[in-house]
Structure formats: C-alpha cells, structure tokens
Design a protein around this ligand. Structure first.
Ligand code: ATP
Ligand code: MG
Length: 139
C-alpha cells in the first residue's frame, strides 16, 4: 500500500553536509521525497515533537541537539513507506545498525543518529501535519 512517512535529517548530518548523501540512500531505496524544507527548529517545536520522551533522561539533551543546527524535514512516499524507511534508517544505535543503512553509514552515536522516521502510520500523519500543509506535498 502506498503510504507517506515523515523524515528529519538531523543536525549532525546537516552540519557535515550530508543532506544529499542521505537523500541518495532514501531514493535508492525506492522512496520518493514529495516535500522537503530546511528549517531551524525552535525549542518549542523540538519539545513538542519529542514530547513522548519528556520523562526520559536524555530529553533535554535531545531538544538541545535538535535545535543546535538546521534540520531538513521531509515527507517520503512509497510502498509501505513507514516500515520501509525504518528499515533504511537502521537501528537507533548506529553500533547495532545493519550494513547499508543510513545510521550505519553516517550516524555518530545513539543520540546524534542522523535521521528520524515515523514509527507508525498514525504518528506519520501527526508529524507531517506539524511541519507541512497539504499544499506543500506534491506527490
Ligand atoms: P527517531 O524517533 O528519532 O526516529 P528512534 O525511533 O529510532 O528515533 P526513539 O527511541 O524514538 O528512537 O528515540 C528518539 C531519539 O532520541 C533517538 O533517535 C535519539 O536521537 C534519541 N535517543 C534515544 N535513546 C537515547 C539515549 N539512550 N541517549 C541519547 N539519546 C537518545
Ligand atoms: Mg522514535
């Protein structure tokens, strides 16, 4: 089934000028970038985006990291896009990520792990709506 998922190229990757290399992995995996914008996340946006982790010990560090440099927010479209992109990203901790995944190739640590991808179709819809309107997305 064709789905849309939400992706973020995180500050560790934009800082190292890896946007194009990450996008190449995404496109080579058969996912289509149907919306994309480079933004400086505000503290309020980062806090809201990761609010499910508010009680975790790394929450403050995570918000600080996500606002430390520009990010690229994206909508990806394709067959089973949510699960497919999780596969392409690899495990949260790059030390456990499979060969060829974005995190294996580029992530620096469990915190600074280059990309975000929605973990369910329901969350994908919520996350996309936080950063894009329907008119921004051209499939
Ligand atoms: P994301 O939600 O960013 O796609 P994920 O679903 O693989 O990543 P989550 O468990 O949702 O992982 O954690 C969200 C983010 O919080 C991680 O991507 C990472 O940046 C950060 N994080 C997770 N665990 C840790 C940790 N132990 N120490 C520091 N940061 C962490
Ligand atoms: Mg997650």
């Amino acid at each position: 089934m064709t789905e849309r998922t939400f992706s973020i190229i995180k500050p560790d990757a934009t800082r190292r000028n890896l946007t194009g290399k990450v996008n190449a992995v995404i496109e080579d995996a058969g996912l289509r970038i149907v919306a994309q914008r480079r933004i400086q996340m505000t503290e309020a946006q980062a806090k809201k985006f990761y609010e499910v982790h508010a009680e975790r010990p790394f929450y403050g560090e995570l918000v600080e990291f996500m606002t430390s440099a520009p990010v690229v927010v994206q909508v990806l479209e394709g067959d089973n896009a949510v699960a497919r992109y999780r596969e392409v990203m690899g495990a949260t901790n790059p030390a456990q990520a499979a060969d060829g995944t974005i995190r294996k190739l580029y992530a620096e640590s469990v915190g600074e792990n280059s990309v975000h991808g929605s973990d369910s179709l329901e969350n994908a819809k919520i996350e996309i709506a936080q950063f894009f309107t329907d008119a921004d997305i051209v499939g």
